[in-house]
Design a protein. Structure first.
Length: 177
């Protein structure tokens, strides 16, 4: 625990701090508390194009036709899960490509040497053995994908149930008139 003297010194130092001054510095420190991404304002990764995400949301809104705020929220959940699933596929592709290149270099194979199907399968098998022995990156990625798939289909199922109830309710109101 900090002493009273340390607390006072910390307060004096804080008064002298002006924080980041450039737009780049401000953008950088805005991500300081974001260790795992749960509290980020945006879940777009570096290199993601925000317009692509908005296009995905727009396409899903057009196809799924949400009417209420709850339905719109569920469509957003579906879009978020789909966006992250696509990122997981990109991560897996990048990881496998990186591992393939690393394994080739360990075996002193030129990176541009064409591989037969059997050679490629052996290298991929070697990569999986390495992954199982030294880390579980691929299995973590697989669990991540399964979790996102469940989230996607749960939101879609919930949306369909909400829309069915809304439609049934509106049919009852129409029949009463």
């Amino acid at each position: 625990m900090a002493t009273q003297k340390q607390i006072e010194a910390n307060r004096r130092n804080a008064l002298r701090s002006t924080g980041p001054r450039t737009a780049e510095g401000k953008a950088s420190v805005s991500q300081n508390a974001s260790k795992h991404g749960f509290f980020k304002r945006s879940f777009l990764a570096p290199g993601d194009v925000g317009g692509d995400y908005e296009t995905l949301v727009g396409n899903l809104e057009q196809e799924l036709a949400p009417v209420t705020t709850l339905e719109l929220s569920l469509v957003r959940q579906i879009a978020n899960a789909e966006w992250r699933l696509n990122r997981a596929i990109d991560l897996e592709t990048g990881l496998l490509g990186h591992r393939l290149d690393s394994t080739r270099s360990l075996r002193l194979m030129p990176p541009d040497q064409p591989l037969t199907g059997l050679e490629k399968n052996k290298l991929l098998g070697s990569m999986l053995v390495h992954d199982a022995r030294d880390s579980d990156t691929l299995s973590k990625l697989s669990r991540y994908e399964m979790r996102l798939s469940r989230r996607y289909f749960a939101a879609l199922t919930h949306l369909q149930a909400v829309q069915d109830r809304r439609r049934a309710s509106s049919r009852k109101l129409t029949k009463k008139k």
